[in-house]
Design a protein around this ligand. Structure first.
Ligand code: FES
Length: 139
């Protein structure tokens, strides 16, 4: 089987799909090569991610990785969310085929983009905290 049970599960039954009205941070990331787009919404109270929702227009792995990314950061502190790597998302899904690793990077960067937006909205320069948002073009 190319995809793990967990990937198939998160693809067919994605968690936290939707939008948050008046979100504290919204991030949208697209990969120019495959054309997939992810949008991530965060509700943040006292430096804690109290709610997160996503919308992904993309491949099955993009849906599964965004779903898992939301599960991994929900209820966590901003600091923990900033530490979320695409490898952690891949591990939590019991792996992804090599050609689908870029989908997990999209999920990682969508979270970071939403955190960037959160800081920008507070009048804080996000770059020293969140870093530059990078979208991988490869594979
Ligand atoms: Fe591009 Fe999956 S093929 S995000």
């Amino acid at each position: 089987m190319l995809y793990s049970e967990k990937v198939l599960d998160h693809f067919s039954n994605p968690r936290n799909v939707g939008e948050i009205e008046n979100a504290d941070g919204v991030g949208e990331i697209g990969n120019a090569k495959c054309g997939d787009i992810m949008k991530m919404y965060l509700k943040i109270d006292d430096d804690k991610i109290t709610d997160v929702k996503f919308k992904t227009f993309g491949c099955g792995a993009a849906v599964a990785t965004s779903s898992m990314a939301t599960e991994l950061i929900k209820g966590k502190s901003i600091d923990d969310a900033l530490k979320l790597t695409n490898q952690a998302v891949v591990e939590a899904l019991d792996g992804l085929p090599a050609v689908k690793i870029h989908c997990s990077v999209l999920a990682e960067q969508a979270v970071r983009a939403a955190l960037s937006d959160y800081y920008t909205k507070q009048g804080i320069d996000p770059v020293p905290i969140v870093g530059e948002i990078k979208v991988p073009e490869e594979e």
